[in-house]
Ligand binder design. Structure first.
Ligand SMILES: [Zn+2]
Length: 297
């Protein structure tokens, strides 16, 4: 496809969909993976028609899901929710599988619902190490909101900074290049997927692809229930993360965000333990197994 046509395709998609979805659609169109996406049932006919116009094939699962967003994550949904018959009354979301050929789209749909995790992960372009970790961590993640950030953090080696290519936490801010949980924030295979995705997406819009790659470097203060905080333009030096309080973004407007914006650096003691500081003053201490400090190179 000529460069100009690619650019036009990107602009059309970006006008209708959030970044995370645009990225997945383009990667599926390039044959890199199957994209699985949730679509409100009343929009699904138009969505499938629009995808067909891009040369994408869709497989649909014959059930619908009524999902409750996670607490404190700006509308992010980690749980599958209630599974219902298509004829059931409440409006729901349909699982749509997109691929550049009909066989692969159908195989992905069947693999997920047969709980064939390894096959499904392969079709989604997920490295085997990350896929195996995901399957092994389902029970732990389900104890909270079915988010895998904390299990990934607890499976990550002790030293910061982590590999920016493995920063899946950019997803909460509708950004970044990764669409699956890595087995560790040091995972080289996940980081390679990020690089490959960047290379492909840059052929559609280089500025956009570079922005997504830049977002991989942002530090994230993750909490399971008290919001997620993205610290942009950070500088890391010997267990201290310097940040600009004016460039803190959050999924929740609450007490923790207020405190983080009073500080300008984090003194890191462990993956779940830090002090928020400004000058000589300690603003607050964060120490909880429900909090994670994610610092990337
Ligand atoms: Zn991995």
């Amino acid at each position: 496809m000529p460069g100009l046509a690619r650019k036009r395709r990107f602009e059309q998609l970006a006008a209708c969909h959030p970044t995370n979805k645009v990225r997945e659609i383009l990667l599926a169109a390039e044959g890199l993976k199957v994209a699985r996406t949730l679509v409100p049932e009343e929009e699904v006919a138009d969505f499938v028609r629009a995808m067909a116009a891009l040369g994408l094939y869709a497989a649909l699962h014959h059930r619908k899901y009524v999902c409750q967003p996670d607490a404190g994550k700006g509308g992010w949904i980690s749980r599958h929710g209630l599974e219902l018959e298509l004829e059931a009354a409440p409006a729901g979301l349909l699982m749509v599988y997109l691929a550049d050929n009909p066989t692969t789209a159908l195989r992905a749909m069947e693999a997920e619902h047969a709980h064939a995790d390894v096959d499904f992960g392969t079709l989604l372009g997920i490295p085997a190490c990350c896929s195996a970790f995901y399957a092994a961590s389902i029970a732990v993640a389900e104890q909270e909101q079915n988010d895998f950030i904390l299990p990934v953090l607890d499976n990550t080696g002790p030293r910061w900074p982590y590999r920016h290519g493995a920063n899946i936490a950019a997803q909460y801010f509708d950004s970044g290049l990764l669409s699956f949980y890595p087995c560790s924030f040091h995972c080289a295979a996940a980081a390679q997927v990020t690089l490959d995705s960047h290379r492909v997406l840059a052929r559609y819009d280089r500025v956009w692809a570079d922005e997504l790659l830049a977002a991989q470097h942002d530090a994230i203060l993750y909490t399971e229930y008290e919001g997620i905080y993205r610290l942009r333009g950070v500088r890391y030096q010997r267990d201290t993360l310097h940040y600009d309080p004016a460039r803190v973004e959050s999924t929740l407007d609450g007490v923790l965000g207020h405190l983080v914006r009073q500080g300008d650096r984090l003194r890191l003691f462990g993956p779940h333990h830090a002090l928020v500081m400004r000058g000589r003053r300690t603003v607050c201490e964060i120490q909880s197994r429900y909090a994670g400090l994610l610092v990337f190179d």
